[in-house]
Design a protein around this ligand. Sequence first.
Ligand code: DX5
Ligand code: ZN
Length: 214
Amino acid sequence: MVKIAPSILSADFSRLGEEIRDVEQGGADYIHVDVMDGHFVPNITIGPLIVDAIRPVTNLPLDVHLMIENPDQYIEAFARAGADFITVHVEACRHLHRAVHLIKSLGKKAGVVLNPATPVESIQHVIEDIDMVLLMTVNPGFGGQKFIHSVLPKIRQVKEMAESRSLSIEIEVDGGVNEETARLCVEAGATVLVAGSAIYDKEDRKQAIVSLRG
Ligand code: DX5
Ligand code: ZN
């Protein structure tokens, strides 16, 4: 069954703890945390302080998506704050292999993220070292954007790349995932769906999660 990772970017931040408990009770698999620095993406969100604050609220793995420049500089702080998965953008890492191994040396699961226009080939030399590939299906920066359909073939490509090497890695998609686009992603090989507005804009989060699973 496909895993669901609600993005707290669309939650009510004045009630963040309750918002996280709500999706945990609703059957979520991971909590997706969008970290933005106002440089790599045109928005500023949350830092290690918030990760540390939400860590005791949930038993679910925290899936921390770093949309920041110089991620190497902050990986340790997010690891210490309680991240379980730390994902870094290919476009932000001058030394991607080093960043991946830094995450792993801290005992965390490492993931690599590709923007919609970044080719899958860019991960071929680190795929054996990672636990997750995150394919952006919007240009990162904001919740509630429209799904970019031209990313679908990349999901298949990552799946084939992993299968041809007998690797079992999570293939996560992020951005514009709703009931309709979720189907397309799962058919193409996605194993984890991030959803912000499709869950947090709904009154009944449990029902929203069930609908995304299809
Ligand atoms: C976008 C973030 C996403 C975002 C998804 O930059 O990485 O995780 O919160 O929001 P929706 O599901 O509303 O597109
Ligand atoms: Zn994200």
